[in-house]
Design a protein around this ligand. Sequence first.
Ligand code: RFL
Ligand code: PHB
Length: 390
Amino acid sequence: MRTQVVIIGSGPSGLLLGQLLSNAGIDNVVLERVTKEYVLSRIRAGVLEEGACAMLEEAGAAERMRLEGLPHDGFDLTFDGQRHRIDLHGLTGGKRVMVYGQTEVTRDLMDQREKTGGKTVYEAADVELHDFDGDKPYVTYRKDGVEQRIDCDFIAGCDGFHGASRKAAPASLLKVYEKVYPFGWLGIIADVPPVNHELIYSNHPRGFALCSMRSHTRSRYYVQVPLDEKVEDWSDDRFWDEIRRRLTPDAAEAMTTGPSIEKSIAPLRSFVAEPLRFGRMFLVGDAGHIVPPTGAKGLNLAASDVRYLFDALREYYGEKSMAGIDGYSARALRRIWKAERFSWWMTTLMHRFPDDGGFGQKIQEAELDYTVNSRAASVALAENYVGLPY
Ligand code: RFL
Ligand code: PHB
């Protein structure tokens, strides 16, 4: 088989890139290791920047988001027993974010791909990338026990943090930067109305808590837990008791509880691989970088990578120019490092660090106070949260 671009991974970055390429008449095949149902069972991001929404519009996959997504003009920061509203809309001159789950984004992109005849191979086992340092790259995989080969012009590695693409990059050329945090997030989803019409990020002596949502009837909640915590040790009752203790009394009282429909623990990490291009292979989204979820940037960074790579490929096929392709890595990394900085900063601001000591704690309190009481600091938070320009 032959195609122009092989895309590895059918997460949001692979599907978004695939749809934009298809719309532009550039032939592509998506190879996914697991089943469609498994991809759609993963519960992840919930907050989209305007740039990511615009990309979904461009892909032709934004109709349901427009109808069902919840535009948010701000969020609350809670610390020292007080709630402070961050007015995203006012502080950024009219920007907002869209609360719409990654699962729904993925479903919409899959539906659009099916509708427009895009090819996706699910359960593609042992995907291997070959000869991307030359002019004739190809990808091999096994499907139903049979070895397959696709020849192509380019390979887009959209296969997440544990995928095959980054591992295929020559170790001598790859540099990684990493920071692992000494805690994780225990998250649940429950079919109960959200405690507040906007998100609440809470810094509390017992640890960080986040109140988010998927709709007016479905809530997404998280609490900071130590890394060795086991999800089996967290009954629903224990979770609800813990999160209520980490909120202000008015919020704790307003919280509706109910049975969880998902519960899991995710470790927090910052990670960047450099560069993001190896000849005719590109790293896109979580394959190239990870942010801790505190700033809600992971999926949004995947979207901006796709913006840069799609523009580069369109330029290559339209004008036979390599300029965008040559510039992809540096262009994407400029935005990635700013989101890494913001996500690290917000994580540091909002969590309790086991080894911080009294000085670190006092500095955090001063920074929180400054963040909500200085307009300049509030603007800096807001402009990063809604997303820096592409
Ligand atoms: P994905 O979504 O991991 O998709 C990669 C796909 O590649 C497949 N794959 C392979 N396919 C073929 N061969 C192989 N060898 C393969 N190895 C893997 C996988 O099965 C999968 O289908 O990466 P992508 O597309 O780059 O998307 C990135 C986002 O998923 C991620 O950044 C966000 O979920 C991060 N994130 C958040 N981002 C936000 O922008 N806003 C948020 O509010 C937000 N909250 C979160 C988050 C991530 C979380 N977790 C669990 C990591 C909250 C959480 C709890
Ligand atoms: C979510 O709804 O899952 C979510 C929202 C905001 C974050 C992280 C996760 O910062």
